[in-house]
Ligand binder design. Structure first.
Ligand SMILES: [Zn+2]
Ligand SMILES: [Zn+2]
Length: 345
């Protein structure tokens, strides 16, 4: 089969690779029909995080089930499925708590399971991981595009909103205008937020935040952004979604929090080498909640909204490539030409 392999910073190649085989009675083999390139893939692409060379890449899968193990009950060959970026069993203490990212029997894509930016992958825990798309929507390309962000960014934006305590009538702010931040705006609107302040630096992305339901757009940086939000809200925001993961964005988060508020953070922390200063959180009684999003826990409720037409995060995909176009897709995301790239192997 063909798969995208990471050969070093800036070097993704589509090459032939071994096709994964079924190795356990709880597993399934999936032929990937849709996948995506993630903002978090750029960390290794830019050399900011380590990764084995060569190694298969991609963690946002959708496809057709080819083969299942004897003990799999929830899917069968021919089913259209998608899956989160983390493999989970659905049975252990943490999966039952909705914390699938801490699954005792879990794992990730890549390695022997194959990367999702390839033709085939193995899911060793099919029942606990795969989400089956109902048959009547299984070949509806518009629906499939709208479901794809549920593999990661939409579930992550939703986790930010839930962690920040967004509810009906609330005022919230979303820091970051990448795919996760934009999905955070959608999630906040879906949860009934009355006022959604989107903070970012790119005009085109803020325009999409506006389409997604943001009521105020803030494009200032640093202290200017904090001042602007303080002014807009007469003293700060109770629910802050931090969707970047940088020291500067966390400083913005605390800077715009209203005393007693909550920051829901989902950006993978990067560059916080000197540590995050907790004192401002302490002084204002601001809670810090969140972490890596257990997107499997949210998949069913978000899929229900996509299928009934009330949720459509697909506009985050601003470029589509085939498998051979994956290296070009990384380049386009790295150079910020594309917000998020959809891949159709
Ligand atoms: Zn991702
Ligand atoms: Zn589990």
């Amino acid at each position: 089969m063909k798969a995208a392999l990471f050969h070093g910073p800036g070097d993704i190649r589509v090459e032939s690779a071994d096709r994964p085989t079924l190795e356990s009675p709880t597993g399934a083999i999936i032929r990937v029909t849709h996948t995506a390139i993630c903002g978090s893939d750029l960390w290794f692409y830019r050399g900011d995080s380590d990764r084995d060379v060569p190694s298969p890449v991609g963690h946002e899968p959708m496809g057709i089930v080819e083969e299942v193990g004897d003990r799999v009950v929830s899917v069968e060959p021919g089913d259209r499925v998608f899956a989160p970026f983390v493999i989970s069993c659905g049975q252990c203490e943490y999966c039952r708590k909705g914390l699938h990212t801490s699954c005792r029997n879990g794992g990730g894509w890549g390695g022997d399971n194959g990367g999702c930016q390839g033709e085939y992958i193995r899911c060793p825990q099919a029942d606990g991981t795969l989400v089956r798309v109902p048959d009547r929507y299984a070949d509806d390309e518009r629906v499939l595009r709208a479901l794809m962000p549920l593999t990661d960014v939409m579930g992550t934006g939703h986790h930010a909103a839930i962690s920040a305590g967004v509810d009906a009538g609330s005022t919230c702010a979303v820091i970051g205008d990448g795919a996760v931040g934009l999905c955070g705006v959608l999630a906040a609107r879906r949860l009934g937020a009355e006022r959604i302040i989107a903070i970012g630096h790119h005009e085109d992305r803020l325009a999409l935040a506006d389409d997604f339901g943001a009521t105020d757009l803030v494009s200032e940086r640093g202290d200017d952004a904090i001042d602007r939000v303080q002014e807009l809200t007469n003293g700060g925001v109770t629910h802050v979604l931090e969707c970047v993961g940088a020291t500067s964005s966390m400083e913005t988060a605390i800077g715009i929090s209203r005393p007693g508020g909550t920051v829901g953070y989902v950006g993978v922390p990067h560059g916080m080498g000197d540590g995050l200063d907790l004192e401002p959180f302490f002084r204002a009684n601001v809670a810090l909640r969140g972490g890596v999003a257990p997107v499997r826990a949210y998949a069913d409720e978000l899929m229900a909204d996509v299928l009934q037409g009330t949720l459509d995060p697909s506009p985050v995909f601003t470029k589509t490539v085939d498998l051979d176009g994956v290296p070009e897709g990384y380049r386009a995301m790295d150079e910020r030409e594309a917000i998020k790239v959809l891949v159709k192997p």
